[in-house]
Design a protein around this ligand. Structure first.
Ligand SMILES: CC(C)(COP(=O)(O)OP(=O)(O)OC[C@H]1O[C@@H](n2cnc3c(N)ncnc32)[C@H](O)[C@@H]1OP(=O)(O)O)[C@@H](O)C(=O)NCCC(=O)NCCS
Length: 320
């Protein structure tokens, strides 16, 4: 009896850095893993654009971000982001549905985590949309621990309880970016006109997630190079004097927002109204539960539509 040829599934599965692969293949695998209706909700084309943006901005590390490849086919992938040591972040990670439960996810994430630790990036965070028992169990078994709850918040126009409107101006992208990026590198900063900004809709953590270079990739001139959906619009709120807040949004996605005072409903309301003038609803992801931003949004009529757990490997972040 002749021995059967090895099945495709039994052929060696290699760990290959993104830098050595066409991103189209990685995008296809991630789209299959998450499904077009999944948490990320992206088509292969959108994944491809997103990966292009991640690599171009230096947010995703091409040597540490890894795919599992068998016979030239990408079975799964994990996006790795390195910030200033000790920070690192694991982004979208997925295995094609037909290849789950075979230890591939564990192998992939362990490899990426070891690579991070090997470079002294030992405070590794990630977010898991809930419910996702498989992912939570995998990460917990690798030593990740839940750190805090993050929300996806939706604000529909018909539920929006506007509290008035201040004058708004479009500001130079660089100005808005500098204010926002400041949060991600050093905490509270002062805007160009002397206003102290001390709140951001998403906290400045992990510090590396939105460096200035990354934020710059969202400015409208760059749309043709693959921004996800539409371009960024920057709006500052002011009352004939200093800027009081900035919002950055692309279509219905409110990317980030900062205000000098989130308790001042007029400021927050104005920033949201600007985006709702054009969109029937706004979506904000990863708003920390019970943060000033979350409370301000609920007061204005926002609803919680999804939850994620932020998990951390290593010493947890001090959460304010
Ligand atoms: C999460 C995911 C990456 C796991 O990949 P996988 O290759 O199936 O996982 P593995 O076979 O390596 O299993 C590793 C561990 O995950 C956990 N796990 C995997 N499938 C599970 C399931 N259906 N139920 C509960 N735990 C499960 C177990 O702890 C398992 O360890 P064990 O085999 O020692 O019990 C995969 O299910 C996936 O791609 N899901 C869709 C995308 C996603 O949700 N990604 C994570 C968020 S970014």
């Amino acid at each position: 009896m002749t021995e059967a040829a090895p099945t495709t599934d039994a052929a060696a599965v290699d760990l290959v850095p993104f830098g050595e692969l066409p991103m189209r293949q990685v995008a296809d695998a991630l789209a299959a893993a998450f499904g077009e209706d999944g948490a990320a909700g992206h088509t292969p084309t959108a994944w491809r654009a997103m990966l292009g943006l991640e690599l171009e901005s230096g947010r995703c590390d091409p040597a540490l971000s890894t795919a599992l490849v068998q016979n030239g086919r990408v079975l799964g992938a994990c996006i790795a982001r390195l910030g200033d040591a000790p920070y690192a972040h694991i982004g979208a990670t997925g295995i094609r549905p037909g290849r789950r439960g075979q230890g591939l996810g564990r192998r992939l994430v362990s490899h990426v985590l070891q690579g991070m630790l090997g470079r002294a990036h030992d405070r590794v965070t990630l977010e898991v949309e809930r419910p996702n028992l498989a992912a939570e169990s995998l990460y917990e078994s690798l030593g990740f621990r839940p750190q805090r709850e993050l929300l996806t918040v939706q604000l529909r126009k018909e539920r929006f309880r506007a509290t008035g409107r201040l004058r708004t101006v479009r500001v130079a992208a660089e100005e808005a970016l500098a204010v926002m990026a400041g949060f991600y590198v050093g905490g509270p900063i002062t805007g160009s006109d002397g206003v102290h900004f001390d709140e951001l809709i998403q906290e400045p953590q992990p510090a590396f997630q939105r460096r200035l270079e990354y934020l710059r990739t969202f400015v409208p001139e760059r749309q043709s190079q693959g921004a996800l959906i539409g371009g960024a619009v920057f709006q500052a709120v002011n009352v004939g004097g200093p800027h009081l807040g900035f919002a950055m949004y692309r279509g219905s996605q409110l990317f980030t927002m900062t205000a000098c005072d989130f308790d001042d409903q007029l400021i927050v309301s104005t920033l949201l109204q600007v985006a709702l003038d054009k969109e029937p609803a706004l979506r904000l992801i990863h708003v920390p539960e019970d943060s000033p931003a979350h409370i301000a949004l609920l007061r204005l009529g926002a609803e919680v539509t999804g939850r994620a757990t932020e998990m951390c490997w290593g010493r947890p972040e001090p959460v304010p």
